[in-house]
Write a protein of this length. Structure first.
Length: 148
């Protein structure tokens, strides 16, 4: 489980990986968040009720900007700084890099478990209907890291 205070699950590897993502990977995270801004600019209002209105355009923008490839590199780097090893080299596609309704999820299997980096560009609100809204706009709040 991720601690809301620092965006990690409290283990040393997640803290080191998150610090790396927020320092060396900061521009990548910021670029992902800018792509999310572009997605919401096309909406008719402040929310979407269709998951495809988030995932499809975000996926296209991330691909066009070369960010999915950058995300797989960022995953490799984040694991490397922890001293852990990936079971396989990540590629910019599932299961390593997945675009969800909340944003990109980077995940790689290590000897300590699966390292998961989330860039939460969107939030899902569940009331009478499901609404997708723009999430955090700053990297510190948007990034979480856990070992599962």
């Amino acid at each position: 489980m991720v601690d809301a205070d620092d965006g990690t699950d409290g283990s040393a590897p997640t803290t080191v990986a998150r610090e790396h993502v927020l320092s060396d990977g900061r521009e990548t995270v910021a670029a992902v968040l800018r792509c999310a801004d572009e997605v919401t600019a096309a909406w008719e209002g402040d929310a979407a009720t269709d998951r495809a209105a988030v995932v499809d355009p975000l996926s296209r923008r991330l691909t066009d900007a070369g960010l999915l490839a950058r995300c797989s590199d960022l995953l490799s780097e984040a694991v490397a700084v922890t001293g852990l090893s990936l079971a396989a080299s990540p590629v910019p596609a599932p299961p390593y890099v997945v675009v969800t309704s909340r944003g990109p999820v980077l995940r790689g299997t290590t000897d300590a478990g699966r390292l998961v980096v989330e860039i939460r560009a969107f939030a899902v609100e569940r009331d009478e209907e499901v609404r997708y809204v723009r999430g955090p706009d700053d990297p510190e709040t948007a990034v979480s890291v856990a070992v599962r």
